[in-house]
Write a protein that binds this ligand. Structure first.
Ligand SMILES: NC(=O)c1ccc[n+]([C@@H]2O[C@H](COP(=O)([O-])OP(=O)(O)OC[C@H]3O[C@@H](n4cnc5c(N)ncnc54)[C@H](OP(=O)(O)O)[C@@H]3O)[C@@H](O)[C@H]2O)c1
Length: 317
């Protein structure tokens, strides 16, 4: 037996398997992207019928992504229950929705999620007479700007726990039982691409988003046969108040969309994608981080990038 030839054949075969695996991976990803971002936009489902309730609840709805979900869900005919902490901003968003989407009802719940467990009885009381079809767990905070854990305040730490983590599970608990009884409903959890890799200088933020990502995916499996859709959205940078500490993360461009552009891409994916970035350029970024680059590379790059943002934000102050 010619061992050299035999060895060469094995290497050639392994190479072929490796290339085939990547081709298949990329083709499947492109097909999934077309389904999420092209096909999904063509279907214009009646959300209230599809998810069995006329009301959509949106947390953190007075600015940024939450405000856009509230506006665009109203434009799709849903009544909107607005939850945030600033009453005058809540009234403004409610007014805007009524002007933009005549016939749509709105409700307001003023709560500050940083107060933790105490706020949920009030929210529960508002929900008793509402048929909630969709919950958007959007409220979130970040370190502003990125900073070392040592420089974060005690308030920063508890805000991440109460707002980014606890609100997601507590709000889900308030609506899920009724959805399951009805056999229909949707829960959209806003995580972040930050859950792909530990983020030095945004450590508590990226860790809080891993929680949202894992919880949301686990729940989607548990709810598999109940008729409930649980969607995990993992965006990268979107131009909002959260990112306006540096012009690199707040000036809109093809990679950093406005909240309006982002939500008009992400909302149609509901019911068509379980776990998605919601925006195709962010999908490429997530694909590179999750499937192409090794963990150490993402880690080093994220560290350098956050250090750079920290310096840049200081220049802008
Ligand atoms: N922007 C991004 O690049 C990005 C990327 C990935 C994921 N995300 C996630 O997307 C979600 C929304 O982010 P965003 O960029 O839209 O943020 P944003 O512009 O800062 O808006 C946050 C919203 O939450 C409200 N809020 C903040 N703290 C609250 C509290 N303690 N109680 C009640 N409401 C509170 C804010 O109300 P006020 O107006 O009163 O402050 C505002 O309506 C977050 O979960 C975030 O982690 C954002």
């Amino acid at each position: 037996m010619n061992w050299r030839l035999w060895f060469k054949d094995i290497l050639a075969f392994l190479g072929l398997v490796w290339v085939a695996r990547w081709v298949l991976y990329i083709v499947l990803d492109v097909v999934a992207a077309l389904r999420k971002f092209v096909w999904a936009r063509l279907s214009n489902d009646n959300l209230a019928i599809k998810y069995g309730g006329k009301w959509a609840v949106v947390t953190g709805c007075t600015d940024g992504i939450g405000k856009e979900y509230a506006r665009q869900l109203a434009q799709r005919g849903m009544n909107i229950l607005l939850i945030a902490r600033n009453i005058s901003k809540l009234n403004d968003v409610s007014q805007l929705i009524k002007e933009e989407s005549p016939g749509v009802e709105t409700g307001i719940i003023q709560v500050d999620f940083s107060h933790g467990r105490d706020v949920y009885p009030k929210i529960a009381a508002h929900l008793t007479d509402k048929d909630v079809g969709i919950l958007v767990n959007n409220v979130g905070v970040s370190l502003y700007p990125p900073k070392k854990f040592m420089d974060a305040s005690e308030e920063d730490i508890w805000n991440h726990v109460n707002i980014n983590v606890a609100s997601v599970v507590a709000m889900t608990r308030l609506v899920l039982a009724k959805m399951v009884a009805r056999g229909r409903g949707a829960i959209i959890n806003i995580a972040s691409v930050a859950s792909s890799c530990p983020g030095p200088y945004l450590g508590i933020y990226s860790a809080s988003k891993v929680f949202v990502d894992f919880f949301s995916e686990s729940l989607s499996v548990e709810c598999g046969r109940t008729g409930i859709t649980v969607q995990t959205i993992r965006p990268s940078y979107i131009s909002t108040n959260m990112t306006n500490f540096s012009h690199y993360t707040s000036n809109t461009n093809w990679l950093v969309p406005s909240a309006t552009t982002f939500v008009s891409s992400a909302l149609p994916t509901l019911g068509h994608a379980g776990r998605t970035t919601g925006f195709w350029p962010h999908g490429i970024q997530a694909f590179l981080m999750d499937a192409v680059f090794p963990h150490w590379f993402n880690f080093v790059w994220t560290d350098l990038w956050h250090k750079f943002l920290l310096k840049d934000s200081k220049k802008q102050q």
